[in-house]
Write a protein that binds this ligand. Structure first.
Ligand code: MN
Length: 319
């Protein structure tokens, strides 16, 4: 029996024997943390479990098509309750998840499960199911269901397919692997609503976000010495939608600039910090991100450093 099979078996047993379950998606939630956790949520409900789902930030409206997403709570009071099982989705550590202050306060007696695919995961759980070869946490949950012969339904399938689509940028980025494509085929076969995902997640860019992209595209600079193309957004440009827009444009550039290895998008934060997002075709950018105090995946990673962006002849620099 492989060790992954063993871990999946232990999680299945933990769900089977649990009365009360808490599922946790990471703050500033994306399609993977919401898709993987809501897929798991729908399964727990089907099993008749008393299950609660928490996310520090309210899920964006565009994911409203996911079944049961309206039941997610942002109220940290849920961490005062007693649970048999707590599962954290798509988080390299509890701080990234936004619950490092809350988890230690949980009444004792729970099993903490860490379901993830980040290479920089710090193994914070009692049970750590971290598959760094998986495209997404949704793929990890898919493999868990597959190994335990859990029947898929259209609700679960749409949730998991959302995580697969968003983390692979619709099966176009370097995180895409044969298992992800195979999982997607099975999920579509199980009733996963691929068209709904495309409509709500990809074809719903608003005009303000596109204008911001336009500004960032006009600032693109290519540095041949490092084979890096970089752009930036300043505090003076910032609007409400700029956070999503930064990840959005990093993914977009990664999908369309096949003749450049590495993308770097810098964003000035209001508190005197600069956030950087790397995307790469062949390099392990998680190493650079880690040197700068951040983390992520080999081909998609990020960091936050103190400073302001200065624009030079060679492109944007932080100082
Ligand atoms: Mn993910």
């Amino acid at each position: 029996m492989s060790s992954t099979t063993h871990l999946f078996g232990r999680l299945h047993e933990a769900v089977r024997t649990a009365d009360r379950i808490l599922l946790v998606a990471h703050k500033k939630p994306d399609g993977d943390t919401l898709g993987s956790s809501s897929g798991f949520f729908n399964w727990c409900l089907r099993e008749g479990k008393d299950v609660t789902a928490f996310c520090l930030d309210a899920p964006p409206d565009m994911y409203g098509y996911l079944d049961q997403l309206h039941r997610y709570t942002t109220d940290p009071a849920v961490f005062q309750e007693r649970y048999d099982l707590v599962v954290v989705f798509d988080s390299g550590d509890l701080k990234y998840c936004g619950v490092d202050k809350y988890v230690p306060n949980l009444p004792q007696g729970y099993l903490l499960v860490n379901l993830d695919h980040h290479v920089t995961n710090d193994r914070f759980g009692h049970l750590n199911i971290v598959l760094t070869d998986a495209s997404s946490t949704a793929e990890v949950v898919y493999r868990f269901f597959e190994e335990n012969k859990v029947p898929l339904d259209h609700r679960i399938a749409t949730c998991l397919l959302t995580g697969l689509c968003t983390d692979t940028s619709n099966f176009s980025n370097a995180g895409t692997n044969p298992k992800a494509v195979e999982a997607a085929a099975t999920l579509v076969g199980a009733g996963g609503r691929f068209q709904d995902i495309l409509k709500h997640v990809w074809m719903s860019q608003n005009v303000d976000a596109l204008k911001l992209w336009g500004l960032m595209l006009s600032r693109l600079r290519y540095n041949p010495a490092y084979d890096v193309v970089a752009t930036y957004i300043l505090q003076t440009d910032v609007t409400d939608i700029s956070n999503d827009a930064v990840d959005g444009i990093a993914n977009f550039l990664n999908a369309v600039t096949g003749n450049v290895d590495t993308i770097l998008v810098l964003k000035e934060m209001p508190d005197g910090y600069v956030k950087g997002s790397f995307r790469s075709l062949t390099r392990d950018v998680s190493k650079v991100a880690r040197l700068l105090g951040g983390g992520g995946h080999k081909k998609a990673a990020g960091f936050t450093v103190k400073g302001r962006i200065k624009v030079t002849d060679k492109g944007p620099v932080v100082n």
